[in-house]
Write a protein that binds this ligand. Structure first.
Ligand code: UDP
Ligand code: MG
Length: 314
């Protein structure tokens, strides 16, 4: 079975055509499917339109949020209720093309867990959209080691067991392939079509750039240090502390053996600051270790995922 998850925020004009095109493509595949629309607190008629689809077609499922929680929450909610073995996300604004879904599914059959759409010929403004996005994609790929070209494309396919593992907060929907790496997913990309937005307005402006940069740090941390936060914080803390300590040692030497007055030296302040922040960072690391342990224990989760076992009893 295939699940399509679509976040919807004020997309009343696009919905009828989207539903029509999507149904046609899915019908043609000849497999069981469901279309999950998550109405992210739309203020226009989106929900009424979705309700009318669902009344005629039991394969259409609709979740309506109380208010606007953002695209990440909408995708998360869709993943939670999806029943398909493959879960595909796409935008509601017809910028993604339902005709590309078979392409993603083909690629999945080669054994990938995540297939990401790549808007090779993206139809968005250059300076405000394509350029910032190119830079962001380049950095994310370098930092996370998941080398795909287009994190921002919503059109992506996930195998169920990967999609169901995500716990999504903030704006993490942009980083799903990078996060999937944590679960040992095999990830690839395929070029997909992209269309200009015909109806409604984009929900994002240039301000998302700052958030993306902050999120890159978070993803790096989640991917590499979630089970050993002490190394991330403590590593930096240790370097700062050692530096401060050495400077302090040098000043003490001047004072006690050289008889020099060190009270007015900027180095003294630097040394004190470095020692203090070093200690702070190391203790933050220890506290983070405790939090991580609570996190895994409270959810009954292990910090590893088993692929398969042989002769091991449950
Ligand atoms: N969206 C949403 N909640 C939001 C913002 C956006 O569900 O708070 C949906 C929106 O309806 C669309 C998709 O997320 O289906 C992508 O949004 P948009 O097209 O505005 O982003 P862009 O293509 O401009 O990056
Ligand atoms: Mg769009």
């Amino acid at each position: 079975m295939i699940s399509i998850v679509i976040p919807v925020y004020n997309e009343e004009e696009s919905l009828p055509l989207l539903y029509e095109k999507l149904s046609k493509v899915l019908e043609r595949l000849g497999e069981d499917y469901e279309i999950i629309f998550v109405d992210d607190g739309s203020e226009d008629r989106s929900f009424e339109i979705l309700r009318s689809f669902a009344e005629k077609d039991k394969r259409v499922k609709v979740v309506r949020f109380r208010r606007n929680y953002g695209q990440t929450a909408a995708i998360y909610a869709g993943f939670e209720i999806a029943k398909g073995d493959v879960i595909i996300t796409m935008d509601a604004d017809l910028q993604n093309d339902p005709e590309d879904i078979p392409l993603l599914l083909e690629k999945m059959k080669e054994g990938y867990d995540v297939v990401s759409g790549w808007r090779k010929d993206r139809k968005d403004p250059f300076w405000s959209r394509k350029l910032p996005s190119m830079i962001a994609n380049w950095i994310i790929a370098r930092v996370t080691g998941v080398k795909i070209h287009d994190y921002g494309c919503t059109l992506k396919a996930y195998r169920k067991d990967i999609a169901k593992r995500f716990r999504l907060y903030g704006d993490m929907h942009r980083f799903l392939p990078a996060l999937a790496k944590r679960f040992g997913a095999k990830i690839t990309e395929v070029p997909v079509r992209h269309h200009p937005r015909l109806y409604g307005r984009s929900k994002y402006g240039i301000s998302r750039t700052v958030r993306v940069i902050l999120d890159i740090f978070l993803v790096k941390f989640l991917n590499e240090y979630i089970t050993k936060p002490l190394y991330a914080f403590g590593g930096v803390g240790f370097v700062l502390f050692s530096l401060g300590f050495l400077i302090g040692l040098y000043l003490s030497f001047l004072k006690f053996f050289g008889g020099k007055d060190i009270g007015g030296r900027p180095l003294l302040i630097l040394s004190a600051l470095l020692i203090l922040s070093g200690i702070q960072l190391i203790s933050t690391g220890v506290i983070a270790e405790l939090i991580v342990r609570t996190y895994y224990e409270s959810r009954g989760e292990k910090p590893y995922i088993v692929e398969e076992t042989i002769n091991v009893e449950e």
